[in-house]
Structures are given as C-alpha cells and as structure tokens.
Design a protein around this ligand. Sequence first.
Ligand SMILES: [Fe+2]
Length: 310
Amino acid sequence: MRTCLDPAVSSIVRGPHSPAGAGAREQKMTTVPIEALADLERFPIHVPGTGPYADLVSRCRQELKETGLLELEGFLSPAACAQSVAEILPVMEREGYMHSRSHNIYFEDSVPGLDSGHPALRKFVTANRTVCGDRIAESIPVRLYEYPPLRAFIAKVLGKDRLYLMEDRLARVNVMHYRSGEALNWHFDRSEFTVTLLLQAPHSGGLFEYRTGLRNDHDPNYEGVAEFLSGPDSLTRRVRTSEGTLCVFKGKNTAHRVTPVEGDRGRMMAVFSYFETPGVRFSEEEQIGFYGRAGPPGSARRSVGQGDRA
Ligand SMILES: [Fe+2]
C-alpha cells in the first residue's frame, strides 16, 4: 500500500515553485484521505469486526501490557510526515509558544510529606516550543486526531468503551518542537495514557527514556525515585523513535523523558488528547499558562492537569 500511495501523497508536498501553486496545494491537502496517509494495510484500524483488526488489537494490548509503551512504527507515511513538518514548521517559527521551566518529576511546587529539599524533588529544565491545534486546523496531525477509527481503535486497545475528542481547540492537538539542547525532562504524567505521533526525528539525541516499576498507585517510593534521579539505572529503557511512529504510552507511574536534541534537525512531535468523557477543556488560566493565550470560551470547564505540556 505504501508504494502505491506515495505518489499520491507526494503530490501534496510540492514546493512553492510548483506550477499548481499554493492554493492547489492546500486544496490537495484537505482532500487526501487519511486512508492514503497512514499505513492501514499494516495497521487496519479502519475495519473493526474483522480478523486483522482483532489480531492487531490483541498484539497492541500485549505490547502495552508488557512494556507500557505501544509503538506503531511507520503508521504515518514518510511523505505525510514531510508534509506535516512543511505545514507546521513555518507556523512554529512564526508563533510557536516558547516554554522553558524548571520542574520536579511531579510537576508540583510541593508534595505533602516531603521536605522541599528532598532529593525526589530535584529540579530539571524542560524547554520547547508549542503550536496549538487551532493554528493548524487543516493539518495532517489534526485531521488524524479527528479520524474516528483512530480513537475507536485506541479505546479498544485500552479496554475503554469509547474516547472523546477534547473540547478545546488549543489543547486537543499540540505539536512540540525541540531544537538543539532542548528537552522534555523527567516526569510522571498526570493522565493515564498519552498518544503521540513523531513527525520529525533529530539526527542525534532526542531519545525517549522510561523507567517502569519506580512507583505504583499505592506506594510513591520517594526514596527510590530520589535514587533514580541521582543517575538513571540499568532498568531504564531508551528508545530511538522513528518518524511516523504512533505511540500510546502509559506514563502515570512510569518516569520518562526525552533527552536533549543534538544538531540542527529538531524533534517534532504531535500530542493527541483524548478523554473518556465529553466536554473536557482547559480553564482560561491553564490555557494562558501553557500557551500564553486563551481560546474561545466553552460551556464546559474542567481542569485536566498538564500531562505532557510542560
Ligand atoms: Fe509525559
């Protein structure tokens, strides 16, 4: 399928000197179906109720259970990744929100029962730039986020009845860009699961590292966390994610980070926010804190925590 579809997709990555011009490019961009951008032959998420679908769900559940990390390598085609970066990078350069902050692994100013000087509260720096979904509403990542079979499939793998889009046009899809020296540092997620799509991998650095077994819902293991933060141990796993990989990660009790990017090719990743209930959105305060601006007001307001938006 990939070989057959690449020429079709490559038609949407024409440069600005293409005779068809930018207008035609935009039109093409919105008409190329998701089925032509993702490798649905290897990952038949669009045909529930079939044997291949059931087999895929079974494999994914097993991988998630064993490692806490599900990777659908090559889910988005190379041409679609290139097109996504070409669409989004100019927006990133123009209005990406620069975020740089010092934080501990809990993303909390203080933790009840822990002295402020406790080594489990050691601080690290996270820095990146973010583009919100409302600025790239017609882009491939946002269209993929909204593609109903994808969220139905992820719900199935996670054993949930269904998943809903976030009702927040800023936060529903965030694209993060890490340049040389920038990183997402050690943290635990607040959300049960995270869905990401790597659009561009750096030449060096930018590796995903995670360590399971440090804590659980019943035991925070602060001493173990402190020891881990003094220097990652042999149980820390390191993954070089390839472009086009769709990941589902259960990071609530798994410490994880992305190591600093090296070189002039940045790491660009989309984060998809799905929820088990409809109507979830950030408060205005949260939007301003994460993005430096607030989006259009909505009827439902509910704080959902910051997850991977540090
Ligand atoms: Fe995270």
